[in-house]
Design a protein around this ligand. Structure first.
Ligand code: ATP
Length: 206
């Protein structure tokens, strides 16, 4: 089973890393792939370049077994649509169960993603709880896809929806960028090596 966690990672922080580690263990994933998005279609464009965001991910996960940085969205021109990403994963791993992990805030916007219903043809979707984000009752489409236990996800390569509680860390990249712009110390919200990189490159200072 392979896990996929897409994001802008501008910058990566413990609110990404701790839940990623937890779901890797809970779902017994062979690996969790962290995918920086080149041109996220649903939001403001990132502050740091794609290469810098990938480098910060590298610094964050050094020596963490089972964590892989996947740059396929950076190597592709144009907007980073998740559906294209999942199609490319499916070509590479025809037999594997794939799980796309999204935070609760991302799940709330899922129906605005390009070809969102097709995502389930290629992967399961697992929603990770996130502080401050309340999920409403599922509509019929999602309710029909909902799995009651992890074992249901192991029985098919794709197609199910599942909700996974993770340690609640009220950390966001936006708050970290604002903190740095105000010259406040973002220590203990993200790895020291990433903070060092941000300082060296004077990122997020204005
Ligand atoms: P920004 O504040 O710039 O919007 P972010 O902190 O939300 O960034 P992203 O890179 O956009 O980070 O997030 C990538 C994925 O990780 C999304 O699915 C998001 O919901 C999830 N995520 C981010 N932070 C957390 C957190 N603290 N807890 C759980 N999931 C998170």
């Amino acid at each position: 089973m392979i896990g996929i966690l897409g994001g802008t990672f501008d910058p990566v922080h413990y609110g990404h890393l701790r839940p990623a580690l937890e779901v890797r263990e809970v779902f017994g994933l062979t690996e969790i792939r962290l995918l920086p998005s080149a041109h996220p279609p649903h939001r403001e464009q990132p502050v740091a370049t794609a290469l810098m965001r990938a480098r910060m991910l590298e610094l964050a996960i050094q020596n963490q077994s089972g964590f892989v940085i996947d740059t396929r969205e950076l190597d592709r021109a144009g907007r980073s649509y998740m559906i294209d990403t999942l199609k490319s994963f499916r070509l590479e791993f025809p037999e594997q169960t794939l799980i796309l992990f999204v935070g609760a805030d991302a799940f709330k916007n899922l129906t605005s993603w390009h070809c969102w219903q097709q995502l389930f043809d290629y992967a399961h979707i697992v929603v990770m709880t996130r502080p401050g984000v309340q999920l409403q009752e599922l509509d019929g489409y999602f309710a029909a896809k909902k799995a009651n236990g992890i074992s249901e996800l192991t029985q098919a390569p794709a197609g199910k929806l599942f909700f996974q509680p993770v340690t609640q860390l009220e950390i966001s990249a936006t708050a970290i960028r604002q903190m740095i712009a105000k010259k406040h110390n973002p220590g203990f919200l993200l790895p020291d090596a990433v903070i060092e990189y941000i300082k060296q490159h004077k990122l997020y200072e204005s």
